[in-house]
Design a protein around this ligand. Structure first.
Ligand code: SF4
Length: 225
């Protein structure tokens, strides 16, 4: 049985802790919206790919023009990389992302009849698409259970004593174990929203945090992760 020591020194089952965290997240973010604007799985995949090391707000600023010019894989594949780069120049890593967008679109046409495949393996075979991006698309665009782990989720899962923080694969496996499968699609969004709202760039104030105040193991309460 997985046990965790809380800030107040008590020992609780991790399953009970996850349940309490889930209830609080449902209170704080009852209907967590997908923060990236999109029209379909293709535009969503593009937006998720663009969001690496960039804010969702910035992605949402550039995608209207990009999707107006290239709303389908065939249209994106027909553009020059330089034109894509010009359309997305305000996001981080624009040169690399422009190359990935065009090649990804070309492969969707070549391998998948211009459709986004609902398959982890097929998605992860596309340029610029790692396991996290594939997981976001699978769970949000296709409703296939997945638990994408970004920086906030990795950090908070460790902070809350639900995982040991050794690597993102371990965090993903632990969160999938602690939260029921029908919750994954909203839990990952809720934890991202929580991290954005409550985790400043530096310094922890665990006592003021609605979850860290009771869920963080005591040895981590006063030091950064
Ligand atoms: S104490 Fe605050 S800053 Fe630290 S992990 Fe918790 S929410 Fe984030």
């Amino acid at each position: 049985m997985a046990l965790a020591r809380t800030a107040c020194g008590g020992v609780v089952k991790k399953a009970d802790k996850a349940k309490k965290i889930g209830a609080l997240l449902d209170e704080l973010y009852p209907l967590p919206a997908i923060p990236l604007d999109h029209q379909d799985p293709f535009t969503f995949l593009c937006a998720v790919l663009l969001s690496a090391q960039t804010t969702d707000k910035k992605v949402n600023q550039v995608t209207p023009a990009l999707f107006a010019r290239a709303p389908t894989p065939a249209a994106m594949a027909a553009l020059e990389v330089a034109e894509i780069q010009a359309l997305i120049r305000e996001v981080g890593l624009a040169p690399t992302k422009a190359k990935h967008l065009r090649e990804m679109a070309r492969l969707l046409v070549e391998r998948h009849e211009g459709e986004v495949p609902a398959s982890f393996e097929a998605l992860e075979a596309l340029p610029g698409v790692g396991h996290k991006t594939a997981s976001v698309v699978m769970v949000q665009a296709f409703g296939v259970p997945a638990f994408p782990v970004d920086t906030h989720i990795h950090r908070l899962a460790q902070r809350w004593g639900l995982s040991d923080g050794s690597n993102v694969e371990r965090t993903e496996a632990d969160l999938k174990k602690h939260f029921p499968v029908d919750e994954w699609h909203r839990r990952h969004l809720q934890i991202i929203y929580f991290g954005r709202e409550h985790c400043p760039a530096r310094g922890h104030e665990a006592e003021r945090c609605p979850i860290c105040s009771w869920a963080a193991p005591s040895r981590k309460r006063t030091r950064g992760l």
